[in-house]
Structures are given as C-alpha cells and as structure tokens.
Ligand binder design. Structure first.
Ligand SMILES: [Zn+2]
Ligand SMILES: [Zn+2]
Length: 337
C-alpha cells in the first residue's frame, strides 16, 4: 500500500487552562498565554473540508520533522531549533520529540457529543448472560463423542482369526488408450509455453501492486489526516494499483485419454486387454488391476480386495486360508492355511 500526500492543513488545539481553540502552529495560548501541553491533542478545523496550506514556509516546517519540547522549561520548539526560544536551554540533548504518524480524528461538535455518547451507552448494555444449560450440554456431547471414539477404535483394533475357504475370485484389468492431439488451454500471456501461439487475448484483472505497472489502474482510499508533530496535518491517501494482464487461449499438443480398454473374469488367470488397432498417433497409457477374493468362514462371506496378482493366483477356488477380520467384519489380512 503506497501512501500518497495530497497536501497539508492547519490543525487546532484547545487550551487546557481557558478552553480557547488555537491554530496548531501557535505554541502558546492566544488568550491566556499558557504553553501548549506536551500531550496536546490536535484536531481538524473543519472535518468536512481540506483547505490546503499554500504558504511554502509552513509546508517546509511540517516536512522538517516533529517539534521538540525543551527539557528545562517544556516549551515547544521547531525541530531544527538548537536552543530553546523561551529559556535558551540546549535542545540537542534530552529534548523529547512529539510522536508523529497518529491519525487525527475529526473534531467533534459539542452539540453532537451528547447524542453520540447516548448511542454508545445503548451499545454498551450488558449482554444477556449465557444460559447455564449450554456448557452442560457441551460437556455431555464431548463425553458421548469420547465414548463412541473409544468404542470405534476398540472395534477397529479387535481382530478375529478364522480359517476360511475361497468361494469366488474376480479380476478386472484396464488400460487407457491415448491420442496425441491439439488441446485448447488458457493462461496469463507470460505463463504460456514458448512455441504455443496465443490468441483470443483479453485484459483481465490479475493482481494488486504498490507501484505502477503497464496496464494498471490506481485505486485510492478516503483521504485522512496524519499528525506531523508540528501542528500541521499531512493529508494522505492509501493507494495501490490494480494490474491488468492479457489472458489468452492457446493450443498445445498433448496425450489425451480417448478410451479405456477393460477385461474381467471369474477365473484365476487374468489378462491385459490388447488393442490391435492403435494408429500412429495413439499409445497405451496408464493401467490398473484389481482382484477380489471372496472367502467363506462360519457360514458367512468375507470379500477381500487386492492389487497383487501373485496373491490372487494363490487364492484358487476351494483353497484354505487363515483370514483376519476386524470388529466391522472387514478382512484386514490373509495367509494360506
Ligand atoms: Zn488559554
Ligand atoms: Zn526551554
């Protein structure tokens, strides 16, 4: 976020002793002569309008840095002053600078102030206390969750070993057929692979930047005033740039899946599907195999799925196995009996 200076405005401060509103750059009260206090609050003269200062000397003063308070008598001095204008004390050591950078709140009209604090009071009303049953129900729900969680894990971990017989086997093998063809894609112009020629480009919003770029648009927030520590306010705006870039379509040659060859069977010898009609621009792609062995033990059937063809070939129909079954009836391990 870049901060843009729009100009400088005169601020005001209110005398603690007599209540007079004085111009920000005046260092002692114009009515009673009281010095401006160290923790003085600067305010806008008129929060609705910005009357920018044209006097170069005042602007230079605002830019020269925050005022310093004399360590001996407390009088406010300009940043560049080496000795106090009031007592002549040395300001190069021990002088405190006014804090800078604070955002200045708009001056509040005393007539409005009562109304405002009234509405604040309404929103400050104590909230309704939380009904007592809410934490109790929460704790009960937590206990129920814990009990079910514990039951779940004990059932998961509890396993039974049984001798079982293979009653059915099933296999399925698949291979993708791919073709090398032109694929339409779209991307930011800079991300398009070299060699591909972009077309149908259009400017689209891409990202925000603090600095201007080609095809960028400046976006600024509401102006606000910052304390420079001199009684002069700096009116600034936070700005950033919305950067637009070309977003284009392009064509690229890629292998694309156009078909899946599939074979399956209920015997124990599995085959890969073969294609004898592959053209020059086609190839076989990814393949997958899955085997399902159904066991029977104590009158119940237990299916078991694996990707191991070696294991599947051992599991001929009628062969005897030891199977491990968890609390949910799922087979978690098998070995020949
Ligand atoms: Zn005064
Ligand atoms: Zn002094």
């Amino acid at each position: 976020m870049a901060r843009k200076v729009l100009g400088y405005i005169e601020l005001v401060w209110t005398c603690d002793s007599c209540g007079t509103r004085n111009p920000g750059a005046i260092r002692s009260c114009t009515a009673c002569g009281a010095p401006q206090p160290i923790d003085v609050k600067f305010e806008h003269v008129d929060p609705a309008t910005f009357n920018f200062i044209k006097d170069e000397a005042l602007i230079r003063m605002a830019q020269s840095g925050p005022d310093k308070h004399c360590p001996y008598c407390g009088t406010r001095n300009l940043a560049e002053t080496p000795t106090c204008v009031n007592c002549g004390g040395d300001l190069t050591v021990g002088a405190t600078s006014r804090p800078v950078g604070e955002v200045i709140e708009p001056a509040v009209d005393p007539a409005l102030q009562t109304g405002q604090s009234g509405s604040e009071r309404a929103s400050d009303l104590p909230k309704k206390p939380m009904p007592k049953w809410i934490p109790i129900v929460g704790i009960l729900l937590l206990i129920i969750c814990c009990v079910f969680g514990a039951l779940y894990f004990t059932r998961m971990s509890k396993t039974d070993q049984m001798s079982a017989t293979v009653v059915q086997t099933y296999w399925k093998r698949e291979i993708n057929v791919e073709v090398y063809q032109s694929v339409r894609k779209s991307a930011w112009e800079n991300d398009i692979p070299s060699g591909a020629s972009p077309y149908n480009c259009e400017l689209r919003y891409h990202y925000d930047s603090d600095t201007p770029r080609a095809n960028s648009e400046e976006v600024c927030g509401e102006p606000y005033t910052v304390d420079t520590g001199t009684g002069i306010g700096e009116v600034v705006q936070d700005c950033h740039y919305r950067v637009y870039d070309e977003y284009c379509s392009y064509d690229v040659m890629e292998w694309v899946v156009i078909d899946t060859l599939s074979l399956d069977g209920y015997n124990s010898l599995a085959y890969w599907p073969i294609s004898d009609s592959l053209t020059n621009d086609q190839r076989l792609g990814d393949s997958s195999e899955s085997y399902l062995i159904t066991f029977e033990a104590k009158g119940k059937q237990y299916p078991y799925q694996t990707n191991s063809y070696e294991l599947f070939q051992q599991a001929a129909t009628g062969s005897h196995w030891i199977i491990e079954v968890n609390g949910f009836g799922n087979v978690t391990g098998i070995k020949p009996d």
